[in-house]
Design a protein around this ligand. Structure first.
Ligand code: HEM
Length: 147
């Protein structure tokens, strides 16, 4: 059975997969392949949806852990974490509007908003992986603490 302890690793993997789909989708649209672009972006959406379910499950069962590093790395970690969380919230309506415009075939409007959606979504994906690496791999917890 899937243990809750595995969820942070699963989340990081889902995040990385979503980032790969985003990158591939960008490369495809820049080379004029709009059907491959659509497939990649819908895949990124599905994987991000799975991530959200897994993330909410993790938060339900475990506390938010305090970062174990000290000094400059701690400041860097919290700047990264706060920017990641704020932009992760902002990206939800942005993604919905971007996809809606594409499905309505309003591609000029889609392109306009996508120029914001794509880099922000990519930042959220990459910063999510960095937060995971710093919290669980580079500075692993000695004791679990509530924030
Ligand atoms: C949230 C998901 C999506 C994101 C982040 C996204 C992102 C982008 C980006 C960055 C561009 C290129 C803009 C530029 O050239 O500067 C683009 C163009 C385009 N996208 Fe998407 N896209 C998404 C979903 C979709 C979907 C689902 C479809 C198809 C139904 C689609 C169809 C297109 C088309 C046809 C273009 C070319 C528009 C043109 O050049 O006039 N996109 N998209």
């Amino acid at each position: 059975m899937l243990s809750v302890a595995l969820l942070p690793h699963l989340n990081a993997i889902l995040n990385a997969i979503a980032g790969c789909f985003l990158l591939a989708g960008f490369v495809f649209i820049k080379s004029g392949n709009s059907s491959a672009h659509r497939l990649c972006m819908i895949s990124a959406l599905i994987v991000s949806g799975l991530f959200l379910i897994s993330y909410v499950t993790l938060r339900f069962y475990t506390p938010i852990f305090v970062f174990q590093g000290e000094g400059l790395i701690k400041i860097f970690y919290y700047i990264l974490l706060v920017s990641h969380v704020l932009l992760a919230m902002a990206i939800v309506p942005l993604v919905l509007f971007t996809v809606l415009r594409a499905f309505k075939e309003r591609f000029a409007a889609h392109k306009k908003i996508a120029r914001w959606t794509w880099p922000i979504w990519m930042y959220v994906s990459v910063s999510g992986i960095l937060v995971y690496l710093m919290l669980y791999q580079l500075y692993p917890l000695k004791t679990a603490q509530l924030m």
